[in-house]
Design a protein around this ligand. Structure first.
Ligand code: C2E
Ligand code: MG
Ligand code: MG
Length: 707
């Protein structure tokens, strides 16, 4: 091939755009660019003489040696350019080229410029970034998918560890999403998920990252956040937002959400450690009833295990007939006589003692045992009630999940038939959560049950997703005012009486009866009577009793119940017996925490600490609360916290911030998530330890004295 033929071949290659050539002078100005490329780059303009760096730039993260460095740097260092992906400003748009080049040296080794080639890879580049977008984002909601969340979390945690920064991970799971999917269909479920995603985006904007990591599970990653007060607020707001009604294709649906929170570096330093912690917290949140949030804490590890054990044992207990039903009388306000007994399932566990239904009913719901449990309870309660004289009724609790099973109406019918109990003597107690999910399906079930002739009451009113709208539509005969409103209704400044009054007037306007639940003290009884509750229930009349006891009472012919209880409601003080650390100067003591509120605590174990002394109370798991002694007598001190504690989502309290594992590491301890228990004080090197100022006394033996 002669040089004319070679030139012709290169011309053809250039013109076809298969490959282009370029060259620069020593100051990186273009001296040559294949004409077809130049036309694309700068139509109608001569490009010779323009600096190369003004025309193209590197694309970081795109491979090619040195791609993370800016082009001027690479050229300045006279590096060879090897398959470098560059972005090229071409007319109004942009193109992507693969650039190669080598420094061109003169005979004496002096640098004359670059010579190289280039190729258009725009289409392949676009395809590649689209597919990596697909691989990283959830097609349904457009949120990050699990893969992207994992890689973001990994990157954030690695970077933040170096910079000693914090990062929170919120894990959210929708409650009863399955019901929407099952009853309204999958397209409706998809629509709902998209709406959930939109609401989440409104709550958590940048720099937070939101992802959908599976069916109805979402994650929110919030960098530089370790304030548990703020995190609790965010979780609470998220739950509220998600629990507002949705409109899907003309149908209305309500769902709920539970949130678990873990914070790096406190609860985990590695991605999987943090995810596991958030997961356990979520699990606990769901277990505590729906619509709650929880922070991770070390003892959740045990409670997850405990739940699994309870689930297994419950399965056995049900099969072996170890559950029992107890009956609590509901008293008519008019004549103080019993008109109805509420059936409450009771479980005496051979090792754990009695386990509350509030603990095991949610477990039964989650493990699909609630159907069998509910059917058994219905049959047993109807059979027992059929033995009661006269017209006395029985009320059976029906869980929301059971309510939405189509078989419920048939189950009720069969239980009535088997026992011979007339339908008007059976009442079903249903909670507001049946309105979550598909409301039309709930309506249908209401109609079928009413047709059977049983009564319906709305249990625990006011605690859940209260919407007064459905009260008017649903055929309830009775509203049960939750004990949360009754308890403490006589306390000063309580808003409960106003709420109770509102519920009662609403009920009477709708021709419904009311039952005040959980009445314990005489003053509460007097108040709810005065406010007009038509029925009364609570320990003040009777705790739930066995069928034998109920029969004995009824056979005596005396249907009246006497109120027996304390005169006044006593505000609940959390009485505790928990070991805490107390730090004063550089001494550390052990004490027992007797009670704890947001603003202070009562501790026992240090003798004669003067009022005004500043202490640090170590509540465990890195929670240090600065406190001042306000009252002091012998070995017990009332202390006031400098910063009030905050809710931990459950009914516990925690400090807003924790001691950072980074500072512990700085004091010579291994860097790891906060261990359970108390924080060991790093020894301050060089400083002679001061003598302990207070005498520590053992209070574990004298526990009765604190009361
Ligand atoms: P609930 O239906 O609101 O039942 C009332 C609960 O309050 C019962 O708790 C009862 O023992 C308790 N209680 C009654 N009076 C007082 C009082 O004066 N003070 C206090 N502090 N508590 C009082 P229990 O038996 O632990 O049941 C808890 C919940 O478990 C029930 O709440 C109900 O929702 C559910 N449950 C109980 N049995 C069944 C059942 O057979 N099926 C279903 N699905 N749920 C059940
Ligand atoms: Mg009930
Ligand atoms: Mg109740």
């Amino acid at each position: 091939m002669d040089s004319a033929q070679r030139l012709a071949m290169l011309d053809a290659v250039e013109e076809a755009g298969i490959g282009w050539f370029w060259a620069t002078d020593a100051s990186h100005r273009l001296t040559y660019l294949s004409p077809s490329a130049a036309r694309l780059l700068a139509p109608g303009r001569t490009i010779a003489g323009e600096p190369l760096t003004g025309l193209v730039e590197t694309v970081p993260g795109e491979g090619g040696e040195g791609s993370d460095r800016p082009l001027p740097f690479l050229l300045g260092a006279r590096n060879p350019l090897c398959d470098l992906t560059v972005r090229v400003q071409a007319g109004d748009g942009e193109m992507f080229w693969l650039l190669t080049g080598i420094p061109h040296l003169g005979a004496s080794g002096d640098f004359l410029g670059y010579r190289g080639g280039a190729r258009d890879i725009t289409e392949a580049y676009r395809r590649r970034s689209d597919s990596s977008r697909l691989a990283e984002f959830d097609h349904l909601t457009g949120l990050a998918n699990r893969r992207r969340m994992t890689s973001r979390l990994t990157a954030v945690l690695a970077g933040f560890r170096v910079a000693k920064r914090s990062c929170a991970l919120l894990m959210m799971d929708l409650d009863r999403f399955k019901q929407v999917n099952d009853t309204l269909g999958h397209p409706a479920g998809d629509d709902l998920l998209r709406q959930v995603a939109q609401r989440l985006q409104r709550i958590a904007g940048a720099p937070a990252e939101i992802g959908r990591i599976g069916g109805d599970e979402f994650e929110i990653l919030i960098p530089d956040m370790d304030d548990r007060g703020k995190l609790g607020d965010i979780a609470q707001r998220t739950i509220q937002m998600i629990s507002q009604p949705y409109s899907i294709d003309g149908a209305r649906a309500i769902i709920g959400a539970s949130v678990g929170i873990a914070v790096a570096p406190y609860d985990g330093l590695e991605p999987d450690e943090l995810v596991k912690a958030a997961d356990l917290a979520l699990y606990a949140a769901k277990g505590g009833g729906r619509g709650q949030y929880r922070f991770y804490s070390n003892d959740l590890k045990d409670s997850a295990q405990e739940r699994r054990e309870i689930e297994e044992d419950l399965r056995d207990a049900l099969a072996r007939g170890e559950l029992e039903i107890r009956y609590q009388p509901v008293i008519r306000a008019a004549d103080s006589k019993v008109g109805l007994f509420e059936a409450l399932v009771h479980w005496e566990h051979p090792e754990r003692g009695s386990i509350n239904p509030a603990t095991f009913i949610p477990i039964a719901e989650e493990s699909n045992l609630v159907g069998a449990l509910g059917e058994w309870a219905l049959r047993q309660a109807c059979a027992d009630a059929a033995q009661w004289p006269g017209d006395i009724k029985v009320a059976v609790n029906v869980s929301a999940q059971q309510f939405l099973q189509e078989s419920l109406a048939d189950t009720v019918k069969a239980a009535l038939a088997a026992s011979g109990l007339p339908p008007r003597r059976l009442e079903l107690e249903i909670t507001e959560s049946v309105f979550m999910g598909d409301i039309d399906a709930a309506d249908l079930m209401f109609k079928r049950l009413k047709k059977l002739g049983v009564a319906l009451s709305l249990d625990d009113f006011g605690t859940g997703y209260s919407s007064l709208g459905y009260l008017r539509k649903a055929p309830f005969d009775k509203i049960k005012i939750d004990q949360a409103f009754v308890c403490g209704c006589t306390e000063k400044d309580s808003t409960n009486p106003a709420i109770i009054t509102a519920i009662i007037s609403l009920a009477s306007a709708l021709n419904m009866e009311t039952t005040a639940e959980g009445v314990e003290a005489m003053d509460e009884l007097a108040l709810v009577r005065k406010l007009g509750a038509t029925n009364l229930q609570g320990f003040i009349y009777s705790r739930p009793a066995s069928q034998a006891d109920v029969l004995a009472k009824l056979e005596s012919g005396d249907l009246e119940y006497q109120a027996i209880g304390p005169d006044r409601h006593r505000p609940e003080r959390r009485t505790l017996f928990r070991k805490v650390g107390v730090i004063h100067e550089d001494s550390r003591y052990e004490a027992v925490l007797r009670n704890l509120s947001r603003t202070g605590a009562l501790i026992e174990g240090l003798l004669d600490v003067p009022v005004g002394t500043e202490l640090v109370i170590d509540l465990g798991e890195g929670q240090l609360a600065v406190a001042t002694v306000r009252r002091s007598q012998d070995a017990s001190q009332g202390v006031e916290f400098e910063t009030p504690l905050i809710s931990d989502g459950a009914d516990g309290l925690c400090t807003r911030h924790r001691i950072s594992p980074y500072s512990l590491a700085a004091a010579g301890m291994p860097l790891r998530a906060l261990p359970p228990g108390h924080y060991a004080m790093p020894v301050i090197q060089g400083a002679p330890p001061s003598r302990p100022r207070f005498m520590q006394v053992d209070v574990s033996a004298s526990s009765s004295r604190a009361a």
